[in-house]
Design a protein around this ligand. Structure first.
Ligand SMILES: CC(C)(COP(=O)(O)OP(=O)(O)OC[C@H]1O[C@@H](n2cnc3c(N)ncnc32)[C@H](O)[C@@H]1OP(=O)(O)O)[C@@H](O)C(=O)NCCC(=O)NCCS
Length: 166
């Protein structure tokens, strides 16, 4: 199996939506519990490319198996801040793909001028939290009942990573 990590391109759009939909439908990790429509996804992905925002795609033997994006925050005073999201389809987990994928996205985020990367992770998502801590993210707070799936609440941590650059 050959892993490659690439910047988002139109050839990834449909595979990326399928990967998002698969992880979303697990209902354990993401804010989405299913992917938006194909049209909405394609338009959103095209806007990421058009704006030069940061989205890295993991491929195994050419098939999209995951993504990591760092997307901008609204407001001039927060223009140095990006929000990170990551997901791998189940068959691609625990194979050492998450870390290089995330490192590539973080590197691209710093290169684009961002200086702080925020994320939200459910308190029961131990794998993801361990990966974030390994890469230097720090818990900044507990967000109570911040997720609700099928009527069940879950808490999450707010985590962030600061650039070494001022
Ligand atoms: C979070 C996520 C991206 C982490 O990706 P990952 O590739 O599984 O993470 P890592 O590369 O850090 O590997 C995790 C485990 O695989 C093991 N591993 C790493 N490299 C390995 C390799 N080459 N072969 C086998 N196992 C390996 C690690 O030791 C670790 O095991 P441990 O937890 O038992 O210590 C992934 O689990 C995922 O997509 N989860 C669902 C979506 C999600 O949670 N998104 C984040 C929402 S906040």
């Amino acid at each position: 199996m050959r892993l490659s990590v690439e910047a988002l391109a139109p050839r990834h759009f449909d595979g990326l939506r399928r990967a998002l939909d698969s992880v979303a439908r697990e209902k354990r990790y993401l804010a989405f519990t299913e992917a938006p429509s194909i049209e909405e996804c394609r338009a959103f992905y095209a806007s990421i490319i058009a704006n030069g925002w940061c989205q890295r795609i993991a491929l195994l033997d050419g098939e999209v198996v995951g993504w990591c994006d760092v997307l901008p925050t609204h407001g001039q005073a927060r223009s140095h801040v990006g929000t990170l999201g990551i997901g791998l389809v189940p068959s691609a987990r625990r194979r050492g793909i998450g870390e290089p994928l995330m490192r590539a996205a973080i590197e691209a985020a710093w290169a684009s001028g961002l200086r702080r990367i925020e994320l939200t992770v459910r308190t029961d998502n131990h794998n993801a939290k361990a990966l974030y801590e390994r890469l230097g993210f720090v818990v900044e707070g507990l967000q109570r009942r911040s997720f609700r799936v099928d009527g069940e609440y879950a808490d999450s941590y707010a985590m962030a990573l600061l650039s070494d650059e001022p």
